[in-house]
Design a protein around this ligand. Sequence first.
Ligand SMILES: [Fe+2]
Length: 189
Amino acid sequence: MKVIYGLSENKAVSFLSEIIALERGMPLEVAKQVRTAAALHDIGKLKIPDSILNKPGALDKSEFEVIKTHTVLGAGMLSSIQGEMGEIARAVCLYHHEWHDGSKSYWGHRASNLPSYIQIVSISDVFTALMSKRSYKEAWPPSKALAFIQEQSGTQFEPELVAVLLSLINRDSRIPAIFTEGVTKIDRS
Ligand SMILES: [Fe+2]
């Protein structure tokens, strides 16, 4: 089986997406769909060559153009999922790299004009990536990752969403532990 770098982070992205969705007042049924969609957000990377996916250094322009396609490829791979679940999963695949203000979006959209669950997955994805080890960086501590997310408020992320993430983590210090201890150790009662 092909191993995707970072795939094991999917549980953390999913978990965080679900609790943020609930925090934002989404019904449980929708939050569960967002959780599932979050788990599938990078599935298109299965079709990206390992040489690009795992490149230690910065990507050149043509390699970046290839990486961008994991969004479209992922949505295509999920084309048979029916109903609202399919719509959410495909939208998350397609648009999880769009920025709130559109300034550095993969596809030029303003995420502020897209369904709110997309940015929920985006912020969960970025926060998780920052706190995870990469071929080019060490895992960041929660405080450093949160400071970065705050710097991106209003540009990459909706300010209210940044505030929700901050308040969640201030309220429940166990949340960053999902990145080091595994989702199953979180007591959600
Ligand atoms: Fe992605």
